[in-house]
Design a protein around this ligand. Structure first.
Ligand code: BES
Ligand code: MN
Ligand code: ZN
Length: 496
């Protein structure tokens, strides 16, 4: 269930806001918030002196029925040292507080502005803190008979008239990003027998059209007519037909377009190169790239950002069957280039080959793809960092900078001509695996590069950060909504 919580500003002070819970941040090594301390008769100072309130990152101190406040309960969350503050830190603090609160039904949850920190303004800090809070409203328990989490009926930002910035754009951005993240996470968390290419396409189109994004869906016969041979070959093993969704948002008519392409394998069994249970168990997450594109484009459209976006979702299910593609098969892609299939589990690059070729034909000014593409990227960078590979360093650096502003971690991997030999095939133009395990994230990107022409392009391998096996204080298990915030930052930066 995607929360329907309205997100609004109320022109109240933290001490005067009417709410069931108020969430406020506390800095490590500083006095607790003066207004809350004064209103509560120096209770916060007392707790600080007693060592119960330190402001260490993610420390949670709940106060029930604190005298002197109009809020019924106060959740104090540690922000760490002010100088170390980042968007990620504010986001995590907000999320940790909300996760602790939403185990029970809540009518109104309020947030106080945490104030600036690190290089962030008051407005940016509140934005990150509030988006984090919204992400604590839902967990992966979509289908529990008795819900274990409860999105509040109202979420309000307590911002008095003298808060120091214009609250309207901040609140709009919190709401749009919250909904984009909720949508992406819900899509990733949905069971794969319910969310398959056709149903994914329908959900994407419904959410897109609701915010003024045009959605076109190509079915199997259209994909045949469009010569998308590699995408169709992956889909052939499944009883579920593939779909390609094209999202068009025109916020800058006549201007340049940014193309966003997402891997949408709604379930990756590996195909005939079948995965073992341990590797297959979470493979409903293999559409997280496509989910990020839907969530990000919808958020940008809701914000009416002055940019043109082309979203392309490549949706297939990768299954073994009598009709499945085989090892040794040679596929003819939309561009006419041929690919020898040596492992049917390297399917993401096959569907993206055709989707990227189509996107490049639309002549975008720049392109980014998002894909849970390789386990090798997780070996290289660990589970929390995305790999970025690019054919154009200035564009790749702009994408890295956008991810940085979004508080999402990404790191550049090389993909110069030295790696070209690793995807050479004896029988076709290229092969779909590198032959050895070495540089597996890069050989995958090398194949993609053959399909983007000379469009400035960046590839984000999100195999690690898109999915969280377990929960932490600040994040739930399951889909993370990875890259939704980066897409909003990219759209805000525009293309030229
Ligand atoms: N969807 C997987 C990659 C993946 C692994 C995503 C773990 C999330 C978590 C992809 O389709 C895949 O199977 N890649 C293979 C490629 C190999 C066969 C060349 C891999 O990484 O093992
Ligand atoms: Mn695979
Ligand atoms: Zn896959």
């Amino acid at each position: 269930m995607i929360p329907t919580t309205p997100i609004e500003r109320v022109p109240a002070t933290p001490t005067g806001v009417v709410a069931d819970w108020l969430v406020a941040g506390v800095w490590e090594g500083e006095k607790p918030p003066t207004d809350l301390d004064a209103a509560t008769g120096s209770l916060l100072s007392w707790l600080t002196t007693a060592g119960d309130l330190t402001g260490k990152p993610l420390e949670l101190v709940p106060l029930l029925k604190p005298a002197g406040l109009t809020a019924q309960r106060l959740m104090l969350v540690g922000l760490g040292k002010r100088a170390d503050a980042t968007r990620l830190r504010f986001h995590e603090a907000g999320a940790a507080a909300a996760r602790a609160i939403t185990g029970k039904p809540v009518a109104t949850l309020a947030a106080a502005a945490p104030g600036h920190g690190g290089g962030l303004s008051d407005a940016d800090a509140l934005h990150a803190f509030a988006v984090g809070i919204t992400q604590g409203f839902v967990g992966p328990g979509l289908r529990k008979a008795t819900p274990t989490r409860h999105a509040p009926n109202h979420f309000v930002l307590a911002l008095p008239a003298d808060c120091g910035f214009n609250p309207t754009p901040v609140v709009a951005r919190v709401a749009a990003e919250a909904r984009g993240l909720w949508l992406a996470r819900e899509l990733v968390n949905s069971p794969p027998s319910e969310l398959f290419p056709e149903s994914f396409a329908a959900v994407a189109a419904e959410h897109a059209t609701a915010v003024g994004v045009e959605a076109e869906i190509w079915d199997e016969s259209r994909l045949e007519a469009e010569r998308m041979g590699a995408l169709l070959a992956v889909a052939r093993g499944s009883d579920k037909p593939p779909r390609l969704v094209i999202l068009r948002y025109a916020g800058n008519p006549g201007g340049p377009t940014l193309a966003l392409v997402g891997k949408g394998v709604t379930f990756d069994s590996g195909g005939l190169s079948l995965k073992a249970t341990d590797q297959m168990v979470d493979m409903k997450c293999d559409m997280a790239g496509a989910a990020a594109v839907v969530g990000g484009v919808c958020a940008a459209a809701e914000l009416k950002l002055p940019v043109n976006l082309l979203g392309v979702l490549a949706l297939v299910e990768n299954m073994p069957s009598g009709k499945a593609m085989k090892l040794g098969d040679v596929l003819t892609t939309r561009l006419g280039k041929t690919i020898e299939v040596l492992n049917t589990d390297a399917e993401g690059r096959l569907i993206l080959a055709d989707a990227l070729a189509f996107a490049a034909e639309q002549k975008p000014a720049a392109m980014v793809d998002f894909a849970t593409l390789t386990g090798a990227c997780m070996i290289a960078l660990g589970p929390h960092v995305s790999g970025l590979m690019t054919n154009n360093d200035p564009w790749g650096d702009r994408v890295l900078a956008a991810a940085g502003r979004a508080g999402e971690r990404a790191w550049k991997l090389p993909m110069d001509a030295h790696y070209d030999d690793m995807i050479r095939s004896k029988v076709a133009d290229m092969r779909n695996t590198g032959g050895s395990r070495y540089g597996g994230a890069i050989t995958a990107a090398k194949l993609l590069q053959q399909f983007v022409g000379d469009v400035p392009w960046a590839h984000l391998d999100i195999a690690g950060p898109a999915w969280s096996e377990g929960e932490s204080a600040a994040a739930d298990a399951g889909g993370t909504g990875c890259m939704v915030r980066t897409i909003v930052e990219l759209a805000r930066g525009g293309v030229s």
